[in-house]
Structures are given as C-alpha cells and as structure tokens.
Design a binder for this molecule. Structure first.
Ligand code: G6P
Length: 364
C-alpha cells in the first residue's frame, strides 16, 4: 500500500476500506488446514512452554488495549487459559505482582507507545516472558519482547486506529487458536474457527456495502448530546472501542458500559437526547440484551442495534453477517467505525487529525 489517498478524502476512510485486504494478509501463510493448526513463525514459544502457561495478561493503550480485551476473551474461549487485559499505562505504575507462569503480551500498532514500552521493560526486569502483538516491524516494542505476532495491517496514518484494531483482533484469534490446539481445542473446533477466519474478508466486504445506510443513521445521531454504548461479554469490548472512536473524532461525549451494569447507574442518563448503541452478537446473552433494550425504550431512549438480524426494540439495526460466535465481535466493530466516521464528517471535524491527540504517544 502506498501513502497516497487512492481517491479517499481521508486516511481514515481509506484505512477502513482496506480492512478486507488487511485481514487476508494477517491470515496468509499461517494456517495449516490438515491439522487445524496455526504457524506463527516469530512466536518463540514451544509447545511445552505454551502448555505451562497458567494465565495470560495483555497490556496496551487506547484501541490497542481494547483489541487486547477481545484477545483475552479469545484466549479464554479457545485455549481455556484465564486471560485479561489492562491498560499498560495503569499496569506500569501499580507495582503489579509478576508471576513466572503468566504469559504477558504487549499490544501496539506503532510499537513505540511509551507506557506500553515501559510496562514491557519493567516486566523484563522482573524476569517475565513478554510477547508482542505489534504492527510496525522492528519497532521498539517488537525489539524488546521475546517474540510475538506481527499484525500486518500495513501503514496506518490516521490518528485513530481502524484496520490495525481489526487485524490485531484477528492476530489474537490466531494466537488463541494456536494455544488452544496445543492444549484442549479439538481438531473439529479448530477447523470451525479456521473456516470462520477465512470468511472474514468477504464478510467485511459485505459490511462496506452498508455505508450509505450508516451515513444516514450518523446524520441523525450527530445531534446527540452524549451517546451510550453497551454490550455484554463479547459485545462489551466492541462497545468500548466504538465509544472511543466516536469521542476521538466527533467530540461527542460517549460512554461504554457492560449492558448488565446499565441498571446499576447509567440508566439515569437515558433520555431522547442520549441514544444508545447496543452491540448484540447472537450468543447465549441475546435475550438478556433484548431485555436491556426494553429498559432503555421504557425511558424513551433511542436505540441503534448492531446485530445479526433486525431488532424490534431498536429504532435502527445495522445487520452484520454472522460468523462463528467467537469471531463475531471482530465484524461488529467495523460498522461502528463507519458510524464514528460519518458522524464526525457530518459535524465537519478534522477526521485524520483530531484535536489534542497524537498517533503515538512516545513520551511519559
Ligand atoms: C494513541 C492514539 C490511539 C492509540 C494509542 C496506542 O493514544 O491516539 O489511537 O490506540 O496511542 O497506540 P499504539 O501505537 O501503541 O497502538
């Protein structure tokens, strides 16, 4: 990919539309269909070491942290290793207990974010094994980690992350599949996930066709005073990332909450001027999520649902193609990148260079 705009008005738009190709690239050459296994050349973690991992801790900042939250869920679901993600900026200051049986993973587009790099260096000083999930080849975090997975999203110029976020989540799916197949994931389940991964580029292409519809919805929501983003479990990191994206480029205040927590406080904010975006994968929590939508409706809140079928409680539904349930969050983030983009465009914002933000924060 070249750095030219290729007919797009912004780098963000160009990068959103590059996602099908980018996902194709992160998968290429890494899957062995015969055994439903994954080959990650730079991982530097043999099968015995992988089997001895007791926990996975993922660290990153901003969108990288959110991609890490998706990654943690994938590792738990596919490899059945307890996993969580934490902002690297918090981790490095809280004198965390560093455990020799934990595999630490630093996530970064640039590989230069100072908070993430400092967390890696502190972990190394304490003898931890740290891998990287990084986009920029040869960057500081790529060099300081013991091994890892390159994200292969290609150059990302826009300050806010789109294609790198998606590719990072896919890289985590590969890593989780790899760890799973070394541990207890069956060949059949491995094949199911591999087939799902292979369908992603085409399904991303289908989501891109929804852009005219999303543009119309964005024009309506651009008047919002504030926006609420909700999701349960698999949907929650998607809600977090979509809310970050919206506030970064549109400057509309947005909050993300687990849908289950809405009734414990933020429901007080719901009114017609505060619409809710609900991320609704078709999983075992769909009925619970629909009940939450009823609660929002009862308070006159407008609802935009991102789901695999029309939702009767919602004012609008963006219908996203269905993949495997573990991979659906990866697809559900993409229409919400377009929502943030068209909301910011409707408000006349400088999308590629949002105020007060830098592409990578390389200082304390
Ligand atoms: C900055 C950017 C964010 C980005 C974060 C982490 O704050 O504004 O968009 O997600 O850094 O960047 P990294 O390069 O480490 O992924």
């Amino acid at each position: 990919e070249s750095y030219d705009m290729a007919g797009h008005d912004t780098y963000m738009h160009k990068e959103i539309t590059e996602q099908a190709d980018a996902v194709d690239r992160v998968l290429r050459g890494r899957i062995d269909d015969r055994f439903a296994t994954v080959h990650l050349g730079g991982l530097n973690l043999d099968a015995r070491e992988a089997r001895s991992v007791r926990r996975v801790k993922i660290l990153g900042c901003g969108s990288a942290y959110h991609a890490g939250l998706i990654g943690a869920q994938l590792v738990e679901e596919l490899a059945r290793i307890p996993a969580d993600a934490e902002p690297a900026s918090e981790f490095r200051y809280r004198n965390a207990v560093v455990d020799p049986d934990t595999l630490y993973i630093a996530v970064s587009q640039s590989g230069e974010t100072y908070d993430t790099l400092a967390a890696v260096q502190e972990l190394k000083r304490k003898g931890a094994r740290v891998l990287g999930v990084v986009n920029v080849v040869g960057s500081a975090i790529a060099r300081e980690t013991d091994g890892g997975v390159y994200v292969h999203a290609g150059p990302e110029i826009c300050v806010v992350s789109t294609k790198c976020f998606t590719n990072t989540a896919v890289a985590f799916a590969l890593l989780a599949l790899h760890l799973g197949r070394i541990r207890d994931l069956s060949v059949a389940d491995g094949k199911r996930i591999i087939n799902g991964l292979r369908r992603l580029p085409e399904q991303i292409g289908e989501i891109m066709k929804l852009e005219p519809e999303i543009r119309k919805i964005a024009a309506e929501y651009a008047e919002a005073k504030s926006m609420m983003f909700v999701g349960r479990v698999r949907g929650y990191p998607v809600a977090l990332e979509a809310s970050l994206k919206l506030k970064e480029i549109s400057y509309i205040h947005a909050e993300a909450y687990p849908a289950s927590e809405l009734k414990h406080g933020p429901l007080a904010l719901i009114e017609p001027a505060v619409p809710t975006v609900a991320v609704l994968p078709d999983d075992e929590l769909l009925d619970k999520n629909r009940a939450t939508l009823e609660e929002i409706k009862a308070r006159s809140g407008r609802i935009l649902a991102v789901a695999h079928g029309e939702q009767e409680q919602a004012d609008h539904t963006i219908v996203v193609p269905r993949n495997e349930v573990e991979l659906d969050p990866i697809l559900m983030g993409i229409p919400l990148q377009l929502l943030a983009y068209h909301t910011a465009l409707a408000l006349g914002r400088d999308i590629d260079k949002p105020r007060n933000l830098a592409k990578s924060v390389t200082v304390e």
